[in-house]
Design a binder for this molecule. Sequence first.
Ligand code: ZN
Length: 286
Amino acid sequence: MRLATIRLTQEGRTAAARIDGEDVVLLPFNDVGELLSSGEGWQERALTEGRREQLSNVRLAPVVPRPSKVLCVGLNYLRHVREHGGDVPSYPSLFAKFFDALTGPYDEIVLPAASECVDWEAELVVVVGRSTRCATLDEAEAAIAGFTVGNDVSMRDWQGRTSQWLQGKTWEASSPVGPALVTVDELGGARPDLAISCVVDGETMQEARTTDLLFDPVEVVAYVSTIVTLRPGDLIFTGTPDGVGMARTPPIFLHDGQVVVTRIEKIGQLVNRFLARRPTGQRSDP
Ligand code: ZN
C-alpha cells in the first residue's frame, strides 16, 4: 500500500490519501500521521473508499507533516564514514530535526543567504506505525509501518561550527520527505534491499543499496526506543551513502536553480529545485 499526504489548497488543509494507480483516494484523516495514530487496524482504515482525484492534479505535502519526532542517523554507510574521515562507529550517531525542517517531495527549497555550503544526503526514511518502547528486534520490526524517501539537506558550514550538528541539519523547510509511505509488505520487509541514489542536474552523485547500512532500520528503531517512546508517524532518517558534495575534491555545494532528484527503488523520488531567494515569511501550512 502507498499512502501520501496531499495539500487541499482551496480548503486550507491537508488529507491522508491512498495512491491507487493514477488516482489518489482521500481518507478521513488530516494526514498520514493521523491515520497511523488511529491505532491497530489503520491498514483496513486506509482501504476506505472516498473522493478520488488524479494523482497528477494534487500537490503533495511531507508524507507525515508533523511527526512527534524526526530522528536521524549519521555515518551509517561504510564508504560515507570513510569519506567523512572517521572510525567505524560502535553506536548509531543520533541527531534530530524539528518537523519545521520538513518540506514536500516536489517543493522548491530556499538556499539560505546565511549558508554557502548546502549539500545533499539521500536517505531511506523509516515511518513508525505503532508506539514502541524498549523494543526487542522483533518488536522493532513490527513497529515499522514502511519507508519513504528523504533528503537530509545539510548546511555544512553551520553543521561544522560545533561538534553538535543540529544547527546545520534542521533549517526550516529544507528536508524533503515523500512522495509516499510504502508499507513493508511491498518492499520485502523491514530490512529492504533497495537501490538509493541522488542525482544533481542529471549527474549521479550518490548510488548505493540500503542493505549497505551499518545499523539496519530494525536495529535503529530498537536502539532509539531504548531512549524514548517511538510513536506512530515518527520518522527516522537512516543515514546517507558516500558521494556528498562536501567530501569531493574540491567540495561541491548547491547553487541557484539546481535540481536534486533523490530516488529509492520501489518507493519513488523527490524532485526539488533549489532557489537563492529569501523566504517570504512565516510558514502557515505544511
Ligand atoms: Zn543524514
